[in-house]
Design a protein around this ligand. Structure first.
Ligand SMILES: Cc1ncc(COP(=O)(O)O)c(C=O)c1O
Length: 394
């Protein structure tokens, strides 16, 4: 028996969760560009341009820079499975959900993990990394730049120096930070970094930009064993993306490459510094507004990731009910807590296209209405007023 379905439809949403964020309309339009063959000269030129644009946004001259097929986790796997061999010592910063995922993947690669832990909502102290590096003598140190489960933006400069002095490779997860805060790979001496297209780059999920320094490439070329994953083997991908003669490896998604190409053009047209400032300003307004209606930010000032703000859910407020009503009544998605923050925290993302004054005022007004109806004690209009004061200052 055949069954028919209506034409696909998705309700318009304002995506203010941990990602995906709203995609830029220019990016969605670029995705409707007709297919080209993966070895077509015109497509190869688009690949070359995409890599050049990516280098600018990553702040690197690294030759081995490209978008891996797959989401941020594919970037994480590619970063680790190419470099880690069985028995390798790896120091991993774990102060949230995604540090734990790195440790898991390192173990799947046969690596020995030394965890440097910090409480959820705090940054990893550089001294603890120094101690771990001294005792574990690692091949690689891995740190999350913006921990999306907690909203912490990890300071990287001191850790980078410690790692460099030890001779280890420095890996940073930039899934949530790229395009929203400086990652500056070359200035910071980051050897391996990966990201995702669906957060501060303003595209749909589907590609994981990644970059390896010459030192990291040397480590890949000096492996004793083949990279276990064929799909993510950088030596094979490198040949397709930048070899003298381009050879088939796998069929890359043309539509996603078109999307990334356009989203990187949008990012650079705005200007990296202006984009970072926009993220900071909207986060400051959100936090001022949230505080004014009695919602407490979880992360200490100075360590807050401007693209993802975590807020304590007030006592007596039903997490799921408020989030459902935000979607049903206002079309707004915010994130619930992940891991140990489940039911305790909201994660409000202001990433890429979603980081706007309009969205800040909208989510504050919506939360204010729903919280007041749920019996939370607040002064009507206080959230939007406090946020507007931040906007009036600059
Ligand atoms: C910091 C961080 N790393 C890795 C990932 C995994 O990315 P994805 O869900 O795109 O596979 C995420 C996703 O939210 C993330 O926030």
């Amino acid at each position: 028996m055949t069954q028919s379905y209506d034409e696909l439809k998705a309700s318009p949403r304002v995506l203010l969760g941990p990602g995906p964020s709203d995609a830029n309309p220019r990016v969605l339009k670029a995705m409707t560009t007709p297919m080209l063959g993966y070895l077509d000269g015109e497509f190869i030129q688009i690949l070359d341009e995409t890599v050049n644009l990516l280098r600018q946004v990553f702040g690197t001259g690294n030759k081995l820079t490209l978008p891996v097929s797959g989401t941020g986790t594919a970037g994480m796997e590619a970063a680790l499975c190419n470099v880690i061999e069985p028995g390798d010592s790896v120091v991993v910063g774990i102060n949230g959900y995604f540090g734990g995922r790195i440790a898991d993947i390192v173990q799947r690669c046969g690596g020995a993990v030394t965890a440097v832990e910090a409480p959820w909502g705090s940054a990893i102290p550089a001294e603890d990394v120094a101690d771990a590096v001294k005792s574990a003598n690692p091949k690689l140190v891995a740190i999350i730049h913006a921990e999306t489960s907690t909203g912490v933006l990890q300071p990287l400069d001191d850790i980078s120096k410690i790692v460099k002095d030890s001779g280890a490779l420095f890996l940073t997860d930039c899934v949530t930070s790229l395009g929203g805060q400086p990652v500056d790979l070359d200035r910071r001496g980051i050897d391996i970094a990966y990201s995702g297209t669906q957060k501060c780059l303003g595209g749909p999920p589907g590609l994981a930009p990644i970059s390896f320094s010459d030192r990291a490439v040397e480590a890949i070329h000096n492996r004793a064993s083949k990279v276990q994953s064929f799909y993510l083997d950088m030596t094979l991908l490198e040949a397709y993306w930048s070899g003298e003669v381009r050879n088939y490896h796998h069929t890359v998604s043309m539509s996603m490459i078109y999307a990334l190409h356009e989203s990187l053009r949008v990012v650079l047209e705005e200007g990296l510094q202006d984009r970072y400032k926009r993220h900071e300003r909207n986060a400051a307004a959100l936090i001022a507004g949230a505080t004014a209606i009695g919602l407490k930010p979880i992360v200490q000032e100075g360590y807050r990731a401007p693209m993802l703000t975590t807020i304590n859910i007030p006592d007596g407020i039903d997490d799921v009910d408020i989030r459902n009503r935000l979607i049903e009544d206002f079309g707004i998605e915010i994130g619930g807590g992940l891991g140990i923050f489940k039911g305790k925290a909201w994660r409000i993302g202001l990433m890429g296209e979603s980081s706007t004054q309009r969205n800040v005022l909208l989510v504050l007004s919506a939360l204010e209405k729903l919280l007041a109806e749920a019996g939370h004690d607040l002064e009507a209009g206080a959230g939007a007023r406090a946020a507007s004061e931040v906007y009036a200052q600059a």
